[in-house]
Design a protein around this ligand. Sequence first.
Ligand code: ATP
Length: 984
Amino acid sequence: MLFLKKIEAFGFKSFAEPTILNFDYEMTGVVGPNGSGKSNINDAIRWALGEQSSKSLRGDNMEDIVFSGSANHAPLNMAEVTLVFNNSQKKFASLEYDEVEITRRYFRLTKESEFYINKNRVRLKDIQDIALETGLTKSSLAIISQGTVSQFVESKPDERRELFDEAAGIAKYKKRKIESIRKLARTQENLDRLNDIINEIERKLPNLKNQAEKAKVYSEKFEQLKNIEIAILIKDIQIYEKKLAELNQEKLVLRNEISDLARITAAEESEFNEISRHNFKSEKEIIKLNDEFTSVIEKIGNLKVKKIAFENQQKNTSTGNEEFKASQLISETKKLNLNLTSEKEKLKNLNNSNLELQDSLKKTSTSLDELNESLGKLGRSIAKVESTLDDLKQKQASNDDLFDGVKNVLNNKHILPGVIGTIQDLISVEKEHEQAIGALILAALQNIVIDSGESAKEIIRFLKLNKAGYATFIPLSSIRPNFISDEQKFVIKKAKGFVGFGNDLVKIDAKYQKAIDYILGTTIVVNNFDEAREIAKLINYKHNIATLDGERILPNGAIVGGSRKLKISSLNNASRIQELEQELATLSENQSTVNQNIKELKKTSEQIREEISQKQSFIGAARKNIEIINIDIIEAREEYRIITGKDIDSQENISSSIEEEILELTKEIIASDNLKEELQQQLNVARSLKDKSLERQNLLNDSTNEKRKLLSALKDKDYELKRDAVLISEKLNTSSTRLVQNYGLTVEAASENNEIEITNEEITRRQIIDLSNEIKNLGNVNLDSIEAFQEENDRYQFYVSETNEVQMSIKNLEIAILNMDNQMVTQFKKVISEVNQTLPETFTALFGGGSAKLIYTDPEDLLNSGIDIQINPPGKKINNINLLSGGEKSMVALSVLFSILKVRPIPMVILDEVEAPLDQANVERFAKYLKVFTKNTQFIVVTHRTGTMENCQVLFGATMQSKGITKIVQIKLVDAKNLVEATG
Ligand code: ATP
């Protein structure tokens, strides 16, 4: 069977020119003189099949295989050999192709080889692997040189064994085993390295683990503490807020109570004082009346004394009893008539003044009604203003209309730096400018004025942390307001319709003017739209203009306008509150004036009533008097008629001067009595009023004393409430500050996130203390250690699992090696036993008799045992092979080699002058015997011996026609013989 079909060589050793050897016969002879390049064919085949040893290629280094030049030929830079094999019997078991073309190329410059299988670039290893598959390796029988033969006999049993290994097909196992062992060593190294790493990690891990566990405990406890403390803080804050609200409410009620009580007390005091003043006056009046009264009584007394004197005188001068009696009765009747007239006059006067008094009482009552009505009205107005004021104040305090961010900043003003207030809280605007300024400032109303950019940074950090919205800040220390240039201002001021510059029209504390200059520094307010357009043209549409109606012309000319009125209620909140407070003060003043008037009117009406009552009692008295006088007159008349028998002539003249005197005195007495009565009346009224006043004063005194006591108690209570409120505020502040400082949370954010419901407060508070102590007792904690431990532990686990894998692969490798060993022993034993079976026949064929046998040098260790040869050449008794002749040694070697070929045929064998030491007869025998194997094996035989040549089917002649360059041609046997003889 023909295995190697063709060799192509170019640039390899002496093949300076492209050389092709086609093999068409099973046994090809190659002949030629020494140094003609025959062995180079053999080298070319081995080189192409992956030979790496330059020594075995008979060179010092790989460059030596490239044609190095000759007298007529320049050296080459590249060597290339291609072998073409017939693979129809799949001798290259792993290759599918029927024909396999193996090429090796070498470049002198790069010192690199390239390998190809069927023109596909492959690795050296791929070539070596397929060479192994076919048995075409250097230690195999495929290439047998003369050196191989002698070496086989002379070499030590261990070295000799290699040939059998190759024949047994265990070379590939050996190679694999070497690879496996190498791999095992590498893996072991890996394992050692891994163990080193693991040891190192194991050293660090416990400490790290302890730290991490401690950190974990800390984190858990901290988280636990945080959760319950937040819950408790929220609860506390809620309680404090509720309590504070209650206290404030209580305080409000109390304050109202106090102010009501104080007001009433003051009113009472002033009434008391007023009464005192009045009493003083009435006392004086009473004294005066009393004096007058006394003098009238005195006067009456005198008059009466005088009258009695005259009456006595009259009694003495009268002549008879009857006459006297009659004249006395006349005089009496006259007196009575005088009295009657006087009483009637008095009654009339009393009735008149009573009517007048009734009338003024009515008038007073109407005025009182009117005053009460206006008091009611005032009360209603006050209530209305108070409620509007309350609404406004509440709105201002609650910040309800504000954006979230702004609201949160204002609500947490006490813990944030530099907050001054919103623009809308800081400014006020005249009513007529409201629409214009409103239109210009609307977007900035909720901007927050703060002291500096640093504060802004801090506040923004707070808003972010609490997800509490956003806000625009105007830091006073760093804003740079824009202004309209003085020249432009001069022109604008002169323009028609100019009202003012925005920043001048807004009132703000001078400290914050910069903020308004920043917002409105380049704004102009103008009367109406047409004038606004004129001014806009004048300043080339450079600044913001607004009309009093709120229309706007923006810089560059855009116009904003329409019928919508801006709702800018928040613009003037502060000034509206001030206005309303003013209004409330005026209303309250009016209220107290009306109250005072009412009080006075009531007093007047009381006085009138008193006078009326006095008048009425005097009217009754007068009436009674009239009645009595009338009876007296009737009685006197009756008596007179009895005495004189005639009626009294009331017109009768008075008979004597005494009578006249008496009558005159009677008149005076009556007049004085009337005066006395009048005075009595006035005194009664004055006294009664004074008594009532005193009574009222006493009452007031008691009530005021009572109220003062109450007021003092209420004030004490107020002080207590205030103190409690301060205390609770402080607690509230401490709790909310703790929330922000310890946990970075606002009360709102904390409440939103709180999930803990406190069931037993006492236990929870105890827990907080315990946890705080536990955390303190943990000492220094490295929070990074949790992650560090995790990473290190992951690394540890990774390396441990790597180690397991490596150990597993070591085990697998060891098993594989063991399997390979078993396989090798089995195959080795088999080949030795098979060779021993054929060896007698081969030996006999070459020696013409005798026997030989292969034996193990160490039957116990077949894997490593060397191989010895036991021989019995015909007719000789030789135990030591070294004692044989050179030819005999070759024969022994060849018989063993042939035996191997018999049991393990290989597709191709190159024999390089192996029969050289044999004599002619043995050469013949050898050559003939060779033919036996050509059925399974292709032979390429390099030879000098004619016996061999004669047995070859074809002969190639190697010549160096051109010095140093091998040329190979097919030649005839006779030419071959000539060629050999010529050189021999
Ligand atoms: P022998 O019959 O004596 O064994 P041979 O025919 O087998 O001889 P080889 O050994 O094949 O001869 O050839 C050796 C020849 O090849 C030598 O002449 C040597 O100069 C030549 N040669 C070897 N390497 C190179 C090379 N790199 N460049 C040129 N020629 C080389």
